[in-house]
Structures are given as C-alpha cells and as structure tokens.
Design a protein around this ligand. Structure first.
Ligand SMILES: Nc1nc2c(ncn2[C@@H]2O[C@H](COP(=O)(O)OP(=O)(O)OP(=O)(O)O)[C@@H](O)[C@H]2O)c(=O)[nH]1
Ligand SMILES: [Mg+2]
Length: 360
C-alpha cells in the first residue's frame, strides 16, 4: 500500500526559525536512538536533499546558522516502522523565504515562484503558524498581537490578489500555533503556559485571524513549543538539545484526524450540540467504510488511519499500553499500525506533554 500523504505548511516570517527546524526535524528522526525509542524513523525521499539537511545540521554543530532562505523547496519524508521495509506516512514539507510575508517580490520570476509557493502552502492539510520565540521573549504580548494582525492582513491580501489573477487560495483547515526557540524560555515553561498567555492577552486578535482564515473551529486550539537547538545568548549552540521536534509529526497526524471528525460531525444533522470529539471519533470508526464518501478528498487519509489505529488506542493516554500495541504490530509486520500507534504514543510521553497542548 502506498504511504499516506500529509502536506504540512509552516507559516513564519523571516528569521522565525523555519529552516533550522527542518534540519533539526530531519536529523532527530534519523538517529538510531530515536528509532529505538519511538519505533519509527524517517528518510528523505530524495537522498540529495537528505544530505543537504544533514549538512545544515552539521554546520549548526559548528555554531553556524543557515543564511535566510532564497527559494521555495519541497522536501518529502517517509516514515518507516523500525526494521520494516515499507513507509506508512509521507510528509511533504515546504521551506521558503519568510520575507514573502513581508516584502514585495524582487522581480517577475520571484513573483511567480511566490505565487505558486503560497498556493501550495494553502493547499496543505495542516498549517503551523510559527511565532518567533526570541521576539516574543523580548517584546512580550505586543509581538503576539502584531503577529496575528499581520498574518490576518497578509492572508486577506493573498486572497484578494489571487482572486484578481483567477487563482482561488485556500488555507489549511487544521492549525497549530507554535512558539519557536523555546529554549529561550524557562525549563518549566510548557505549551500550556503559552496557550494561557495567548488566550489571555491576544484573544481579540486571535478571533480576527480565525475569521480571516475561516477556521473558527480549527485555529487557536492547538499550541506547541519548538526548539530546534539550544542557543543561549552567551554560550555555544547545542544542536543536540531540542524540544517538540519529535512531537511535531504526531501532532500533525492527530490534527488531521480531529479535523475529519469535526467535518463528519458537521455533516450529520442529528449530531447533538454536546457530542464530544471521542463520540464523533467512535462514530467515524464505526462507519469507516463509508467515510470516504462524505469526507472531503484531502481527509481521505483519515479513513486509512482509522482502519489501523483502534479507537481505544487513539483515545488511550497510557504510553505503556500504546508501546505494547506498537511492538506487537512490529512483530506482525503491520507497517501502518506500528508507525501510527508510535506517533500517538509520542504525544503522550514527557516531551509530548510539555511541547503540545490542546485546549478544547
Ligand atoms: N535560540 C534559538 N534560536 C534559533 C532556533 N532556531 C533558529 N534560531 C535563530 O533564528 C535564526 C533564523 O532561523 P532560520 O531557520 O534561518 O529562519 P527562517 O524562518 O528559515 O528565516 P527565512 O529563511 O529568512 O525565512 C537563526 O539564524 C538562529 O539565530 C532555536 O531553536 N533556538
Ligand atoms: Mg529559511
């Protein structure tokens, strides 16, 4: 069976940390120790790109950060279960110059690259809005308010300029708000704290952004902390210390399932207003064979996921139970179940609990 395709768009201004995150994401999940612990690993579909990412990481080890990005790149990663030959999930990831959200293109060629690139970002299933942790640390609440307002304005502008050239832009339906450079925050600061501050201090700006994205149900509920490397102000860069980099793929996967449950709930007229996510999920699992018929095409991945991860495993908070299911799946050679259950487990381990928080 071909792997499940997941398209991920990271939205972040220049310097927010997109390129470093990509290098750290790749390096962390190709390590033998990662495979041992999480029971899956990733490989770049294009080996040359994989080497470029590793090269970037090795330069980070020497304290050298990358230059600002100058072009749009699409990178594909396959997620393989430990010791099994088939990939279960293929993640498509985009890296591009963050100044596209701030400046006018320098020439016609860049204008076209930008147009195509931003359309691709919009078509992704999951969007990650990256708040620059260094800026938040130094500027406080004002930065988060500015970020939401600026991003809302840019999305609005993109929609209008695209309409003028006949393109219809869409935006991802599922969103994660992530704070980059989380190493600059105290060690006990978690995604839960970030959520609290955002909802307390920037609720008006958040509401406006949700309405521009037409994502009232899907933006502003998932929060993450990300640190690609530890880079304290007055000491050497430590690329071996990261946070949330290993929680990211699982968070993306689970977000897609949640989006599908919500859409499926919305299509059922008899749904009671109080129906919970898990009731919705249970329903979806029961009707999994007919799910393809009523879910939008980009959510068809979900029916596959639900065939391989039982409702019980999806809802389980017990890491030991999930790990046992995962190991059994590995022994049986069940590629999908092994990787997907491994990902659900990663959201529940210590790092996952600090780095990821969902408030509703
Ligand atoms: N403390 C800390 N600093 C980071 C981290 N990641 C990136 N940085 C810093 O942020 C700078 C910008 O990171 P990039 O990944 O190049 O930013 P970008 O979003 O790709 O920027 P553009 O390519 O211009 O869009 C780096 O040069 C580092 O100084 C991190 O995890 N922790
Ligand atoms: Mg970059």
């Amino acid at each position: 069976m071909p792997p499940l395709d997941l398209h991920v768009a990271v939205f972040g201004a220049s310097g927010a940390g997109k390129t470093v995150l990509l290098a750290a994401f790749y390096r962390a999940q190709t390590q033998p120790s990662f495979q041992e612990e999480y029971a899956y690993k990733i490989q770049a579909v294009n080996k040359a790109q994989g080497n470029q990412l590793l090269g970037r990481f090795y330069r980070l080890e020497e304290g050298k950060f990358p230059e600002g990005s100058t072009r749009f790149d699409e990178i594909e990663f396959d997620f393989f279960p430990r010791d099994l030959p088939e990939a279960a999930v293929r993640v498509h990831w985009y890296d591009y110059p963050g100044r596209w959200w701030e400046d006018e293109p320098v020439d016609a060629e860049e204008r076209e690259a930008m147009r195509q690139g931003l359309l691709k970002l919009g078509m992704s299933q999951v969007g990650i809005l990256l708040a620059d942790g260094a800026k938040y640390r130094s500027e406080g609440t004002g930065y988060i308010r500015w970020l939401f307002e600026h991003f809302a304005d840019e999305c609005d502008r993109l929609r209008r300029t695209s309409a003028a050239t006949g393109d219809e832009v869409s935006f991802p339906r599922e969103w994660i708000l992530a704070l980059s450079k989380a190493d600059l925050f105290p060690p006990d600061y978690g995604a839960r704290d970030f959520e609290r501050e955002v909802c307390r201090d920037a609720d008006d700006q958040l509401a406006k952004l949700c309405s521009v994205l037409r994502a009232e149900q899907a933006f502003g509920h998932r929060f993450m902390l990300l640190s690609s490397v530890a880079a304290p102000a007055d000491a050497q860069v430590d690329p071996r210390t990261s946070l949330g980099v290993r929680t990211l793929a699982p968070a993306i996967l689970v977000s897609t399932v949640e989006g599908a449950v919500r859409e499926a709930q919305a299509t059922r007229k008899e749904k009671s207003a109080k129906e919970t996510f898990f009731q919705g999920l249970r329903d979806l699992v029961q009707f999994v064979d007919s799910v393809d018929d009523f879910l939008p095409k980009r959510y068809q991945i979900v029916s596959k996921i639900l065939r391989f991860v039982s409702f019980k495993d999806f809802a389980s908070t017990r890491v030991d139970r999930l790990k046992k299911v995962r190991e059994d799946a590995l022994r049986r050679g069940d590629t999908f179940k092994a990787v997907l259950t491994g990902m659900v487990a990663a959201l529940r381990d210590e790092e996952g609990l600090r780095a990821y928080h969902q408030n509703q």
